[in-house]
Design a protein around this ligand. Structure first.
Ligand SMILES: [Zn+2]
Length: 259
């Protein structure tokens, strides 16, 4: 009798383990669950504006990203919304290139408010809201959780720290974070792009631009800052900066809906 109880216990344990394991694996491979779709619908305007086929592709890209990249809260609890917002920040800039993935990232750390990392670990962005790690922190990204959420939640904001840092990561993919993401550019477009960036940076310096002045810091910050504006407020960006809009549409291979 004792042996029978023992066998039953082992069977129950094995079944629970299988069930847990199966569920866990399923998060990344099965179609996205409807609570997650609801979160995307509510929080991510880019997703909301896609048609059914686009939404499906977006969901798959999100699941693939979450399968490959770990998201960790440092001293804070994080939930599914936080994970989906990090993944959306990653998927949006690459959405025009189906099948492309970030090969230079293992983990995203989320902090409460701003953080105070070792300055040698990477370039720290304005108000320490985000950072792409280098050296010992290579293949890591740090984001402020409140800033991440705010970038999606505020419908009138031109700022989105998640998109900002993922564009840095794309820029960095060719070895240099220089505002010229070679993976997107064909040679003939590089020089006109550098000229356009200089013109726009000068306008910011002359206080003749509605682009976040932080974009005038250097070419890399310019690319990340205008990408935030481009993806967060496409209609306004198109109206105010038609030439930049056209160029960024080409860079990111995604003509956007005007809303
Ligand atoms: Zn930056």
């Amino acid at each position: 009798m004792k042996i029978l109880s023992f066998i039953i216990l082992i069977l129950i344990l094995a079944l629970s383990w299988w069930f847990l394991f199966r569920r866990r694996k399923g998060d990344g491979t099965l179609p996205m669950s409807s609570p997650w779709k609801k979160i995307l619908e509510k929080e991510v305007r880019f997703y909301r504006n896609l048609n059914a086929t686009g939404k499906n592709r977006f969901e798959r890209s999100i699941l693939r990203f979450l399968e490959r990249v770990q998201i960790t809260g440092i001293g804070i609890e994080i939930d599914d919304t936080d994970r989906l917002l990090v993944a959306s920040s990653a998927v949006i800039p690459l959405f025009g290139f189906p099948g492309w993935e970030y090969r230079n990232l293992n983990e995203v750390l989320l902090y409460d408010r701003s953080f105070n990392p070792d300055l040698e670990s990477g370039h720290q962005d304005e108000n320490a809201l985000g950072m792409v790690g280098t050296g010992a922190m290579n293949r890591m990204m740090i984001l402020s959780k409140p800033a991440l959420v705010q970038g999606f939640r505020n419908n009138h904001s031109k700022q989105n720290v998640g998109i900002h840092e993922f564009v840095h990561l794309l820029d960095k993919a060719d070895g240099e974070t220089d505002g010229i993401p070679e993976i997107f550019f064909e040679e003939p477009y590089v020089i006109p792009w550098i000229k356009l960036v200089q013109e726009e940076i000068n306008k910011i310096k002359d206080a003749d631009s509605d682009i976040n002045p932080y974009g005038a810091t250097n070419e890399a910050e310019f690319l990340s800052v205008v990408s935030e504006y481009f993806f967060n407020q496409p209609a306004l960006f198109k109206k105010k900066h038609p030439k930049l809009y056209q160029t960024l549409s080409k860079i990111f291979n995604q003509p956007l809906e005007t809303d």
